[in-house]
Design a protein around this ligand. Structure first.
Ligand code: NDP
Length: 482
């Protein structure tokens, strides 16, 4: 029986009664580990330790914070092959993507190591003679971080790194489906010279320990990434305590293919955007909006490229699409396939469960055509290897369809026209616009986020992160006369 891995609370690894088993979605016979589920007493201990540790950390100065963040970043980048394998084994993304995610997480820490040194503030002359004003940024205090399973290391990294860089304490509740990745990142952080209790890991179900964390009046800010439904509850809990909150949530990202697009490029971009990470990305393109002049040719190439994708064990050479993350996710995905068919869409390929040599949650990537904006498969986030083609008559119609959901995370256009690309950049109702690029795949040094139901609160990443992880203070000093 595998040893139970505890939670990291107040500088110590603590066991608890309840335990979950973590299994490989590519091979459910492979037990990755057993993980303790944090109890309310663990959370209370973490909150109290975090408060004391944060004061010490804030006083440690930017050089100390830089050095710690840089060390974490370097450890992640140096160990990306080993930890990427663990991530892929646990989450199901192909090995290259797992390694890439760990390396990227390291880059977030390295970036925010440098941000720790940037002195952000203003000195301002008062409108009243003899008075000086400075505007400075201070840590917000204790930050609760709640993260999803699909980027189990990169997403928490882009939250933990700025939280620590700007002098805050952290209590992290990772998704319960991916505890091994959470523990691996925590071990690296725990190896650093940090005040005891500055960083805490509390594993457990979102509905119990997650809910308690976001409801705590001892939390000063909450950074959440996950579904709209849960995000709404997190926002309500935050407002009840007047806690600062930032939410990154669902999406329904469109990729427009215009009549002047390079069709081969459009197909490879669409396949990458729709099925990368088994479609389980908040930036996945689940809506392909295609001009009628190129519709049939595009669809023919798209189906051929989709059918050629190799679906298999995440750690096997040659695998392009891993399993979906869990049995529940597979069932939900197959329900969407059934819903699409029931609403009259044509399924041209995929959409069925696949058997492989190991027992896992494999699904053939699916392409629907003949879909309309009113269909559920074009309105709801599926988080599945399913994409839906909608035929349009003009650029204007394409833009209207693209902007026609409550979401607005990323949006793409395939075109050779500078005028259309420029118009789309201005009029797309989204947080990130991609021209001749997949909707998924963003840089680590610039802001990331969306509009509408996709995001709420200050932006994440890049220099914009300072807004959420700091509080602004304006000080007035009557200088007097020497
Ligand atoms: P969920 O919303 O189900 O869960 C996200 C996190 O919230 C998990 O850690 C979960 O814990 C926790 N949680 C669940 N219920 C509560 C609660 N009542 N109070 C506090 N925390 C809670 O999302 P998924 O994990 O299923 O992730 C998929 C979703 O994440 C998709 O909708 C996707 O779009 C979104 N996402 C958004 C991104 C963005 O940047 N916009 C990026 C990546 C994903 P547990 O899992 O243990 O129950």
């Amino acid at each position: 029986m595998a040893e139970v891995v505890g939670n990291f609370v107040a500088g110590e690894w603590r066991q608890s009664k309840a335990v979950v088993e973590n299994r490989n979605p590519s091979d459910t016979a492979d037990l990755i580990g057993r993980y303790a589920q944090a109890e309310p007493a663990d959370l209370e201990a973490a909150l109290s330790a975090a408060k004391a540790a944060q004061v010490q950390w804030a006083e440690s100065g930017p050089q100390a914070r830089h050095d710690v963040l840089m060390a974490i970043g370097n450890a992640l980048m140096d160990r990306s092959a080993e930890l990427g394998r663990l991530l892929s084994r646990e989450e199901g993304k192909p090995l290259a993507e797992g390694k890439g995610e760990i390396f990227r997480a390291g880059q977030f820490f390295a970036y925010f190591a440098a941000e720790a040194l940037r002195q952000v503030g203003d000195w301002v002359e008062s409108v009243r003679p003899g008075i000086e004003i400075d505007v400075r940024r201070e840590p917000v205090g204790t930050v609760a971080i709640v993260s999803p399973w699909n980027f189990p290391v990169a997403t928490p990294a882009w939250k933990i790194a700025p939280a620590l860089a700007f002098g805050n304490a952290v209590i992290w509740k990772p998704a319960n489906l991916t505890p091994a990745s959470a523990v691996a990142l925590t071990e690296i952080i725990a190896d650093q010279q940090l005040p005891k209790g500055l960083f805490n890991l509390v594993m457990g179900a979102g509905s119990s320990i997650g809910q308690k964390l976001v409801e705590s009046p001892l939390v000063d800010a909450i950074s959440f990434t996950g579904s709209v439904e849960v995000g709404r509850g997190v926002a309500a809990a935050a407002v009840a305590n007047m806690t600062k909150v930032q939410l990154e949530m669902g999406s329904k990202n469109p990729l427009i293919v215009m009549d002047d697009a390079d069709l081969d490029l459009a197909v490879s971009v669409a396949v990458n955007a729709a099925f990368g990470g088994t479609g389980q990305k908040c930036t996945a393109a689940s809506r392909l909006i295609v001009h009628e002049a190129v519709h049939d040719a595009f669809v023919e190439k798209l189906v051929a490229a989709t059918e050629a994708l190799v679906v298999g064990h995440a750690l096997e050479d040659g695998t392009q699409i891993g399993p979906v993350v869990s049995e529940a996710q597979l069932e939900a995905d197959l329900d969407y396939v059934a819903a699409g068919k029931a609403e009259g869409a044509d399924l041209l390929c995929g959409g069925e469960r696949l058997e492989r040599s190991t027992p896992g949650w494999f699904m053939a990537p699916a392409v629907f055509v003949g879909t309309t904006p009113a269909m559920r498969i074009n309105r709801e986030e599926m988080f599945a290897p399913i994409t839906c083609v909608q035929k349009v008559e003009s650029y204007e119609e394409a833009l209207e369809v693209a902007n026609g959901t409550p979401f607005g995370l990323t949006a793409g256009i395939m075109t050779r026209s500078l005028a259309r690309a420029s118009h789309f950049k201005r009029h797309s109702r989204s947080g990130c616009v991609m021209v001749n690029l997949p909707t998924a795949g963003t840089d680590y040094h610039v802001p990331f986020g969306g509009r509408g139901a996709s995001s709420f609160g200050p932006r994440e990443q890049g220099q914009y992160a300072v807004e959420f992880y700091t509080a602004v203070k304006t000080s007035y000093v009557a200088a007097g006369r020497p």
